[in-house]
Design a protein around this ligand. Sequence first.
Ligand SMILES: C[S@@+](CC[C@H](N)C(=O)[O-])C[C@H]1O[C@@H](n2cnc3c(N)ncnc32)[C@H](O)[C@@H]1O
Length: 241
Amino acid sequence: MLGSELRILWHLLRGLPPAATHAEQLERFYAPQAGRYDAFRERLLNGRENLVSKLNLRAGERVIELGAGTGRNAEYYGAQILQLEALTLVDLCPSLLAKARERVVKWPNAEAIEADVTVWQPALQADKVYFSYALTMIPDWFLAIDNAIKMLRPGGLLGVVDFYVSRNRPSSGLVRHPLWQRSFWPLWFGHDGVNLSPDHLPYLRSKLVTVELEEHLGGVPFLPGLKVPYYVFVGRKAGGD
Ligand SMILES: C[S@@+](CC[C@H](N)C(=O)[O-])C[C@H]1O[C@@H](n2cnc3c(N)ncnc32)[C@H](O)[C@@H]1O
């Protein structure tokens, strides 16, 4: 247990390896960690179950997770998963997707697809689409958001849970993080290609009608006493009922 935690820590400390493309970089980073990915991220990726519950999944819906990794979040659905019309897990990293494919065999209505979520589109529009700790790993995150909104039917929901930092002057009602947090966390996570941005949340709020927004601080393994900001957002695409 401790040995596998230390191996993960070693990969995180080494950072994102150089590679020609984003897809190659993800594979080089995640391939050595894929077997232990879920266990380590349980303590780092806060709020994922909260996001799934806020999406309020219903029988007959088409649901898509973008940047789904190993597909771990689908386990939060419980028995509800088999009531969905379709669940599609999309990711660009073959090693993590292999884990997702092992998972989806137990759900006949689910599939795992290797694709870049800034351009991939489903054959049919979805009722619910979400990103869980993926936007911070996508360099063209604004294209990913635009593309996700395009996947949704009018009135459909886009959910996001992710790390972030606030703007120096956030909009009224939003949390303002102190300067040390706005400086330290982007540096700490940036080493691993995780880009904490002050702009993701304002962009989401500008594109969708906000249904739910929570701003929190969550624990970080190996950094006792420090807490990193994360948000849980659900927005509605205009139109529909
Ligand atoms: C931190 S992991 C989160 C995985 C999962 N959503 C979770 O909550 O455990 C970020 C994921 O985003 C994926 N990713 C990054 N850029 C992507 C892109 N352009 N298209 C598809 N997936 C991408 C990575 O391969 C990785 O699986």
